[in-house]
Design a protein around this ligand. Structure first.
Ligand SMILES: *Cc1c(COP(=O)(O)O)cnc(C)c1O
Length: 435
């Protein structure tokens, strides 16, 4: 029986489905790095093409009217789980579906959604969860645009917020959540490590606090995992319900696209999908295709970048012109941050803070003398990037808050890429001589 006649007979899918993906061999569970080469795509459905074609179409033909109706029941949420077939490209497409299947694999999430940017993912998550009068409790600091979205934009619609510092203890988290619980807490939103402080959030403590304080319906915990995910941190395992990504960074990994992702249980993803279907924040098929290519080398790229960062940071930390290196690999043994790191992380990433001796003059001299590292904001690409937060990404942050966050004029942010580590060290050595 062909897929088509089977679909017609069961009336269930009315669509050719890829053959089931293999996720175990001889009882051995396959690793994500293996599954990225085939999961969710069956070449038989695309003329045998080894790689998925890019499906440039705005709409999809229904096999019959009843199937069209059934699909719309899925799109509109009359039936949970989304449409069983493809309908219209604001809702989904083959490239995005394969991408979503593969994204979910990395964190063993039940389901995932792809978005046109990290911020459109975060905005769609918020819009699907909050209503006027609700409170969002969040860790701080957050990515600047996320803070703007919560405080200034959702604030205009009567949404309140309360925050606790990223490194907060269980008691401090309890205090903030208890205060917030007098209102309706719609969402607990975390970002770990915080940018640019690199402070880790104790997700286990946040989940335990939430469970102790909220009886009955509990607000979901969402976390931005852009800096360490999916290789070095998987917060669903520590009790988060929803994971958010700027796929622009390590997941995309080549500084050539902008996209976002959200992972979680089917129940949460269904609610977020309904909002995405309404406002159209899905990523385009070409970007989805690029991300499929990126995911094939994700583990290679992130592993190499992580190894390079260890070597570069070891070199920098003893240099006489360096005041301090804020790198997760150098947490003080026995400290609370080291304890969170040991429970939550499997690697220190490749993005860190370099504090030079001096101020803006020294930082700028260093940045202007770099030859391999590129002077640009963003992170997680194959190439090493360096930037000056106080004068660039955090320029509009008030002076007092900058000081509180450690965003001083001598701070340089560095994201290490996959170049040769010794070449990078030579570049930093020369640039430090120019300071
Ligand atoms: C870049 C970034 C975002 C925003 O993602 P875009 O893809 O630029 O929209 C959100 N959170 C973190 C931690 C980021 O680094």
């Amino acid at each position: 029986m062909t897929d088509e006649t089977e679909a017609e007979l069961t009336g269930a899918t009315a669509r050719r489905r890829p053959k089931a993906s293999i996720d175990t061999i001889g009882g051995r569970k396959l690793k994500p790095s293996t599954m990225m080469m085939g999961h969710g795509y069956d070449p038989v459905l695309s003329e045998g093409s080894l790689k998925p074609p890019i499906f440039l179409t705005s709409t999809f033909v229904f096999p019959n009217a009843a199937a069209g109706k059934r699909h719309f029941e899925g799109v509109t949420g009359k039936r949970p789980g989304g449409a069983e077939g493809l309908v219209y490209s604001r809702f989904n497409g083959p490239n995005q579906e394969i991408l979503e299947d593969r994204l979910a694999v990395w964190e063993e999430a039940e389901d995932a959604l792809a978005f046109s940017s990290g911020m459109s993912a975060i905005a769609t998550l918020f819009l699907s969860m909050v209503k006027p009068g609700d409170t969002i409790v969040h860790s701080g600091p957050l990515y600047a645009a996320t803070e703007t979205l919560i405080a200034r934009i959702l604030g205009r619609f009567g949404v309140h917020w309360l925050d606790f510092p990223a490194g907060a203890t269980r008691a401090e988290i309890d205090a903030v959540l208890s205060r917030a619980a007098s209102g309706n807490v719609a969402l607990i939103y975390l970002e770990s490590p915080a940018n640019p402080t690199n402070a880790l959030v104790d997700v286990e403590a946040v989940a335990a606090s939430r469970d102790a304080i909220f009886k009955g319906t509990k607000p979901p915990i969402a976390i931005d995992n852009t800096f360490l995910g999916p290789l070095w941190a998987q917060p669903l395992k520590q009790g988060a319900d929803i994971v958010v990504y700027s796929l622009t960074k390590y997941a995309g990994g080549h500084s050539d696209l902008v996209a976002g992702g959200v992972l979680g249980s089917k129940e949460h993803i269904n609610a977020i999908r309904l909002m995405r279907n309404t406002i159209g924040t899905i990523c385009d098929p070409h970007t989805a295709w690029m991300l499929l290519r990126s995911l094939e080398t994700l583990e290679l790229r992130m592993s190499r970048a992580g190894e390079n960062a260890v070597k570069v940071c070891e070199y920098l930390r003893t240099h006489p012109k360096v005041e301090h290196v804020g790198y997760l690999g150098f947490l003080e043994e026995g400290s609370r941050q080291a304890d969170i790191y040991n429970r939550h992380c499997t690697g220190a990433g490749s993005t860190f803070s370099l504090y030079l001796k001096g101020g803006e003059t020294e930082a700028f001299a260093f940045l202007d003398a770099l030859k391999i590292a590129k002077l640009a904001v963003s992170l997680g690409g194959t190439e090493t990037l360096a930037s000056h937060p106080a004068g660039m990404t955090h320029l509009s942050v008030p002076e007092a808050r900058k000081q509180a966050l450690g965003i001083t004029d001598n701070l340089v942010r560095i994201s290490i890429g996959v170049e040769d580590a010794d070449d990078l060290i030579a570049d930093f050595e020369e640039a430090l001589q120019a300071v």
